[in-house]
Ligand binder design. Structure first.
Ligand code: UDP
Length: 347
């Protein structure tokens, strides 16, 4: 690992690699539940870490920093109840935790296609390691971040959890889609065979502050392009649709899933508001007050034509209801990007 992360976000505590109860290790008694977040330095993982700390958990964050960034943990690093472990979820896990959230996996097409082997193995071997952890002395609840990509290019719209999907097993997106499907299989079997408490959450497109500038995702691309006055790159004719969920709404959903008595089968989490990518481009250009023009580029292979979550199950079981609409969420995200771009320029 090339980074000197102690220097980068001075004061980050490194978790001991020995097995042990962090609450006890810190002399805090047994009151706080310990939670492991795998993929803690990523966009979603770091937002979850902040929320867990705010709610009084002892949090161990694991990340190999392949796509994550310790800057995302700058707030967490100031909290004595946060402990960072530099490590890979594919390696044996030496942590004691009552609850494990697994967000470890490169999640944007640019990142996972850069190293498809890592994307696939992180999903599947990561699931295996979590199962080993839960089957050992550390019987923990596993909340696994799966994805709407398990539905592929869906022929059923919107997508309920009962839909089995339409996925190309050998295409450019397969390392991610099939990796996540494989992880769901492995974890579901672990629930059936060994009775492990496994909860699968299928995340639909989520956006918000802290998204990486260079992750190639549509929201981050459009915002950076618009703020820098460059053309906004629209793939295909921009008629494909996505449903965009603001990060705080998604994290709220995860917290509720973690508190459920039990969860059978996967659960979709996302915002059912559906927009064409051309509509998204217009919103971003308008909200940034940018003079950017639209530049059309070829549609990538296997790009799903439409996507919208059926959230009936989440509404029924956890009363999930996203609160932030697209324009509100985009405005908050744009403000955050503007600030970070200014910091980068002055660094
Ligand atoms: N997209 C686009 N311009 C970009 C990046 C993405 O038009 O600069 C399109 C992409 O082809 C897809 C949609 O936006 O149809 C969402 O892409 P993203 O990579 O954010 O998410 P995913 O395809 O994984 O849902």
């Amino acid at each position: 690992m090339s980074r000197n992360f102690t220097a980068l976000i001075g004061g980050v505590r490194f978790a001991s690699r020995r097995e042990g109860d962090y609450s006890r290790a810190m002399g805090l008694g047994a009151a706080r539940q310990t939670v492991l977040v795998a993929g803690a330095a990523g966009f979603l993982g770091s937002h979850l870490v902040d929320r867990l700390l705010a709610e009084g958990y002892e949090v161990v964050g694991l990340d190999n920093l392949m796509t994550g960034d310790l800057v995302n943990l700058a707030n967490a690093a100031r909290d004595p109840h946060f402990h960072f472990q530099a490590g890979d979820v594919r390696d044996p896990l030496h942590v004691y935790a009552q609850i494990v959230f697994n967000f470890a996996c490169p999640a944007s097409p640019v990142h996972y296609q850069h190293d498809p082997y890592a994307a696939f193995t992180t999903s599947v071997m990561g699931a295996q390691r979590l199962i080993e952890l839960a089957r050992g002395r550390n019987s923990c609840r596993i909340i696994h971040a799966s994805t709407s990509e398990v539905y592929g290019d869906p022929t059923v719209h919107p997508q309920p959890e009962t839909y089995w999907g339409n996925v190309n097993p050998v295409g450019e997106r397969s390392c991610y889609d099939e990796g996540k499907r494989g992880a769901e299989t492995l974890l579901s079997d672990a629930g059936r065979v060994w009775g492990l408490d496994v909860r699968l959450v299928r995340i639909f497109n989520t956006y918000g502050p802290r998204m990486a500038f260079n992750d190639g995702r549509v929201v981050s691309n459009f915002i950076v392009q618009a703020l820098e006055g460059r053309p906004v790159t629209l793939f295909g004719e921009g008629k494909q649709t996505r449903s965009f969920c603001f990060v705080d709404d998604l994290i709220e959903g995860f917290m509720r899933v973690s508190r459920l008595e039990k969860l059978d089968g996967p659960m979709n989490l996302g915002n059912p508001g559906e927009f064409t990518i051309a509509e998204l481009a217009n919103h971003v250009v308008e909200l940034t007050k940018s003079g950017s023009k639209i530049e059309y580029r070829p549609l990538p292979a296997d790009d799903p034509k439409q996507r919208r979550p059926d959230i009936t199950k989440a509404q029924r079981l956890i009363h999930f209801q996203p609160k932030i609409d697209l324009r509100q969420g985009l405005q908050r995200t744009i403000d955050n990007f503007r600030e970070r771009l200014a910091q980068r320029a002055s660094a």
